[in-house]
Design a protein around this ligand. Structure first.
Ligand code: HEC
Length: 197
């Protein structure tokens, strides 16, 4: 479980406490005394301090989220690796990268559904609408182990990435086929075997 998920959970638990112990009538704490015992009930944190704690936890969760730029750099690496895997006919590695790309996209939707760059559109709606079909075509091409199909589908995904950048006002962020592998320290089975020969 990631740290921000743990914090979100504790925020949810605090919220539960507020709901469970809130004193809707706003009566003084002494009114919580157990009747007949004369003893005050166990001290319950007041509504306002729990509310403050929740706000603080929310701020911490926000600070723990990496910037969307980091997530985009992750997509860029996956996107580039996918190209070279497909071009070398390494379909196992290509399938792995498609999976990673899909995970990355889903993570972005979950983390930044209302990102400011896409307003007044919702990132949570725009991203699946723009990437869904091209990603599906790409997955099918990799499953079919068909290079020509793969290249066309890869260009379709790149165009969709660029399309979203345009909607977000970053028309200069153009995504296309890479020419040079920046990282060449990862290979799938077929490449590793040929390199070992
Ligand atoms: C929801 C729309 C959306 C989609 C889909 C999208 N991006 Fe982005 N991307 C953005 C936004 C917004 C930024 C600018 C982030 C910022 O503020 O720095 C960005 C920035 C980038 C950057 C520049 C990062 C940097 O700082 O150098 C890269 C690279 C990138 N995206 C790659 C991709 C790739 C590859 C895909 C497709 C697999 C993709 N993006 C899909 C919205 C999107």
């Amino acid at each position: 479980m990631m740290r921000h998920e743990i914090l979100l959970m504790s925020a949810a638990i605090s919220f539960f406490c507020v709901s469970a112990f809130a004193n809707p009538a706003g009566e003084p704490a002494a009114a919580n005394a157990k009747p007949g015992t004369g003893k005050p009930a166990q001290a319950t944190p007041d509504n306002a301090s729990l509310q403050r704690e929740i706000e603080q936890l929310k701020r911490q969760v926000k600070q723990l989220q990496p910037d969307i730029t980091e997530a985009m750099l992750g997509l860029q690496i996956r996107h580039a690796r996918l190209w070279f895997a497909g071009e070398s006919g390494d379909w196992t590695l290509a399938a792995f990268q498609v999976h990673g790309l899909q995970d990355g996209l889903e993570g972005i939707v979950d983390t930044y559904p209302e990102h400011a760059a896409l307003q007044p559109e919702r990132l949570g709606d725009i991203l699946p609408a723009m990437m869904g079909a091209p990603m599906k075509t790409l997955r099918a091409a990799v499953d079919n182990k068909n290079k020509a199909e793969f290249e066309r589908a890869f260009d379709g995904v790149s165009a969709a990435c660029t399309g979203c950048h345009a909607v977000a006002g970053f028309t200069f962020l153009q995504i296309h086929r890479p020419k040079t592998p920046l990282l060449d320290n990862l290979s799938g089975t077929s490449v590793a075997i040929s390199a070992a020969k």
